[in-house]
Write a protein that binds this ligand. Structure first.
Ligand SMILES: NC(=O)c1ccc[n+]([C@@H]2O[C@H](COP(=O)([O-])OP(=O)(O)OC[C@H]3O[C@@H](n4cnc5c(N)ncnc54)[C@H](OP(=O)(O)O)[C@@H]3O)[C@@H](O)[C@H]2O)c1
Length: 247
């Protein structure tokens, strides 16, 4: 028996990185998974891999900088599976511009992908979950959402916002729905590669008591715990998964 047998899970940003690892793990644990992102090739590959392993999945292509496209994820999920039990707001856009250099358009795009899409999807999914009497929302924040020492103005403030969103969702959507956030540290994914990969993160690795960087599966295992009944008494929490770095 899987820990998520019969559940329907939307995982945004699941065409690569930690979202894709989570999609594979949730499917292995019995969930029907909705893969989302912009890249069709990687979407198809992820769905195929899940089906080859005996699981169920669909994909929905969406560019979340355009919020009008986001509701389509919910609509396609209901069309395919009739319901939704788990929403993992994980898609993320990095920006490395500082306050004086960033254009407003880039700032707004980062907020659309990292924060506003989560609100749009939650507003669609939460009523279904409340009607069922049960549901789980997981948000992806970041250790960059706990201080301004890491990341730049748009990314850092969007991840701070994700922490606030998590606490508000938990307060406002209970008792039927639990909502928690995962705050990853340096996890080896395409996003990390885009800012220099493991080499650039060497100072963080050294800072970590565990002397290692994280992998997608470290986040997927945490998401599984938060999505399953094993965490039934936990809501409104910001869980750092960062190897113990102190920043
Ligand atoms: N890696 C780290 O060290 C780290 C640390 C802290 C927090 N995070 C957060 O973790 C989450 C996952 O990131 P990751 O590290 O797994 O990176 P990743 O491998 O680059 O994955 C990012 C995912 O987000 C999707 N995405 C990005 N922009 C999108 C857009 N405009 N519309 C729709 N989907 C979009 C991508 O899909 P497509 O490419 O198909 O569009 C992809 O599936 C993000 O929220 C990120 O901010 C990462």
């Amino acid at each position: 028996m899987g820990k998520l047998d019969g559940k329907v899970a939307i995982i945004t940003g699941s065409t690569s990185g930690m979202g894709r690892e989570t999609a594979y793990l949730f499917a292995k644990e019995g969930a029907k998974v909705v893969i989302t992102g912009r890249n069709e090739e990687r979407s198809k590959e992820a769905v195929q891999k899940i089906k080859d392993a005996g699981g169920e999945a669909i994909y929905v292509l969406v560019d979340m900088t355009d919020l009008k496209q986001v509701e389509n994820i919910f609509d396609e999920t209901i069309k395919a599976y009739g319901t939704v039990d788990i929403l993992y707001n994980n898609a993320g856009m990095l920006s490395t511009k500082n306050t004086l250099d960033i254009e407003l358009e880039e700032f707004l795009n980062v907020f659309n992908v990292n924060v506003n899409a989560a609100l749009v999807l939650t507003k669609k999914c939460a009523p279904v979950m409340k009607e069922k009497g049960k549901g789980v929302i997981i948000n992806t924040g970041s250790v960059a959402g706990t201080s301004a020492r890491w990341g730049s103005v748009a990314y850092c403030s969007s991840k701070h916002a994700m922490s606030g969103l998590t606490k508000a969702f938990a307060r406002e959507l209970g008792p039927e729905i639990r909502c928690n956030a995962i705050l990853p540290g340096a996890i080896q994914t395409a996003m990390l590669d885009s800012v220099g990969g493991a080499d650039a993160m060497e100072p963080m690795r050294q800072m970590s008591p565990l002397k290692t960087l994280g992998e997608g599966l470290d986040i997927a295992n945490t998401a599984l715990f938060l999505a399953s009944d094993e965490s039934r008494f936990i809501t409104g929490q910001l869980l750092r998964v960062d190897g113990g770095i102190d920043c």
